[in-house]
Design a protein around this ligand. Structure first.
Ligand code: CA
Length: 388
């Protein structure tokens, strides 16, 4: 994309490097970022102005649409555009609660085969509800933040229990959904309430220490093997930009309970195509359209007990893995738990991540007139444990 490119519907937070710093909201224009509040009509700009997207998220969907339409019609002046290499990108919003789902059938089946050989690939609940857990909002970091190799307890192959830097550091390529409008405690959000509450999506890398996770997760699920860092893209794509991307999800069998049954609902699947790069080499191309559970079903499920939503809640899809080996969104699947290491084009071999490795996840979505929308990237580099 060159300078002078048209708007990309990516919203974020940035601060110009140098003297006139100060965090503000922006929209991508090719390899530039537009100072959004300054470029909008004053009344509209005043309603969303702030250091990040928090005020826009908390506004009503009507205002989201007004901003979207205004951005699409803008002819920005040069004074409001900043080259990307002259700004620092910041966390796009304040994460309230963070939930991580487990909604790819291919991922869940692969993990079942790897971790529970000889048993059914899927747990008995898996096709009845979108499995998930509450994660740690305070360690969600913006793309570009280094990820320090975590330490934790693990059990060695000899059965000893030791503490030290993880030896099985992994990625999970995911898509995160960003809640704008809160809901009331005690009220469930139905499937068709999805667009009344969810503003947009961003890319997520849910870093995972597999050895720590394997030892700690019984019987209560993910804890320290996940909570050390979760990276999100610096850019949020509003749902308003995704009109051409909705597709029917895969057929469901057995039939779903009424609060999750989307057979007669609008299609809530999304035809996003992810790419995962390790040290610059594409290692996977996960297709989001194959996800068994949709974001609307995830939202309906996470509120069906009356749990309320807060503006800034983030819920992630779970690892996106497709039916083909090259479509798996984690190294534990790509290398079959390290037993089938992958050789990168530069000759290096990986089972899990080494210090210095950089992972970049990008994605595109169908746009108007056969175009493809750029959904930004989530980038992170592994730095060595302080324990050496
Ligand atoms: Ca995850």
């Amino acid at each position: 994309m060159g300078r002078g490119a048209s708007v990309t519907h990516l919203y974020g937070s940035f601060e110009p490097l140098g003297a006139d710093g100060g965090a503000r909201i922006g929209v991508r224009y090719g390899d530039q970022v537009l100072d959004l509040a300054a470029a909008l009509e004053p009344d509209l700009g005043a309603e969303v102005m702030g250091p990040n997207l928090d005020r826009l998220l908390a506004a009503r969907p009507h205002l989201w649409q007004c901003v979207f339409d205004a951005v699409a019609a803008l002819e920005p002046s040069a004074e409001h555009l900043h080259p990307l290499d002259e700004v620092r990108l910041l966390m796009p919003f304040t994460v309230a609660d963070y939930v991580d789902f487990y909604s790819s059938e291919h991922h869940a089946r692969n993990l079942g085969r790897i971790l529970r050989p000889g048993q059914p690939e899927l747990p008995p609940n898996w096709k009845h509800l979108p499995v998930g857990y509450h994660g740690r909002a305070g360690t969600v970091v913006v793309s570009g933040t280094d990820v320090r190799r975590p330490s934790g307890q693990r059990r060695t192959p000899d059965g000893d229990v030791v503490h030290g830097p993880t030896t099985r550091l992994d990625i999970e390529a995911e898509v995160g959904f960003v809640v704008g409008v809160p809901s009331t405690l005690g009220e469930a959000v139905p499937l068709d309430g999805f667009r009344d509450h969810v503003f947009g999506l961003c890319l997520v890398n849910d870093w995972s220490a597999r050895d720590v996770q394997a030892w700690e997760y019984q019987p209560l699920g993910p804890f320290l093997g996940k909570s050390f860092a979760t990276s999100v893209g610096a850019w949020v794509t509003p749902l308003a930009a995704l009109d051409a991307a909705w597709v029917a999800p895969p057929p469901r069998e057995p039939a779903l309970l009424p609060y999750l049954d989307d057979a007669t609902a609008p299609p809530y699947g999304l035809d996003l195509r992810l790419e995962v790069r390790l040290n610059g080499h594409v290692v996977a191309t996960p297709p989001f359209a194959q996800m068994y559970w949709t974001a609307a079903q995830q939202l309906a499920h996470l509120t069906v007990n009356g749990a309320s939503l807060r503006s800034g809640d983030l819920y992630a899809s779970g690892t996106v893995s497709g039916s083909e080996p090259g479509q798996r969104g984690s190294l534990i699947e790509l290398t079959w738990n390290g037993t089938e290491p992958i050789t990168l084009p530069d000759g290096t071999v990986r089972g899990f991540l080494d210090d210095g490795d950089e992972v970049v996840i990008t994605a595109t979505a169908p746009g108007p007139g056969g175009t493809r929308l750029d959904l930004g990237e989530v980038r992170g580099r592994i730095v060595a444990s302080r324990e050496g």
